[in-house]
Design a protein. Structure first.
Length: 180
């Protein structure tokens, strides 16, 4: 019986020693990771510089529009994933189109106060002569930051029309992750 008690006591000392060694002393002084960015922490808009404008006048290839997020808060925050984007059409037949996501893998981005990141929307423009049922004419974009429920309403500043593929499995108009 004495050897069993000794073994149990020895095991308790070993477990207690392991538990104490598993928590490094520096863990108590480590800074907490930044919280994720909330819609209220950000401002958003379309990149409208000459090198950022989508080529909506051409109809032979895809083009890209860029939406930026700037951390307007006084604290550092993170973004990870895809924004939610619903395009609202200008034509009565357009309705709202929730854009599909690309297969790209998102990465966590840390935004210091005042820092900006963006994401791209790949678009497939079509000619004005395309039949109405085959084109979507963007009017505004409802942009929701990753993991949020409140959105920004952005007026579409570029004109043009997009091939309507809102029911397609792999549409030619889609989103890329924030930071890509």
């Amino acid at each position: 019986m004495k050897s069993k008690l000794t073994a149990v006591a020895l095991a308790a000392v070993v477990v207690a020693g392991t538990a104490a060694a598993a928590v490094p002393a520096s863990a108590a002084t480590a800074k907490a990771a930044p919280a994720r960015c909330h819609t209220a922490d950000l401002k958003a808009g379309f990149a409208t510089g000459d090198d950022a404008k989508p080529e909506m006048g051409q109809t032979k290839k895809q083009t890209q529009a860029f939406v930026w997020f700037t951390n307007k808060s006084t604290h550092t925050c993170t973004l990870n994933g895809f924004a939610g984007v619903d395009m609202v059409g200008a034509q009565p037949t357009d309705g709202t189109w929730s854009l599909a996501r690309s297969a790209a893998k998102p990465e966590t981005l840390t935004l210091e106060p005042g820092a900006t990141t963006d994401f791209s929307i790949t678009l497939l423009p079509v000619a004005a002569s395309t039949p109405q049922r085959e084109k979507f004419v963007p009017s505004k974009f409802l942009v929701t930051p990753p993991n949020e429920t409140k959105h920004f309403t952005l007026k579409w500043p570029f004109g043009g029309q997009i091939l309507k593929q809102d029911g397609a499995t792999h549409p030619a108009t889609y989103l890329n992750p924030v930071g890509q």
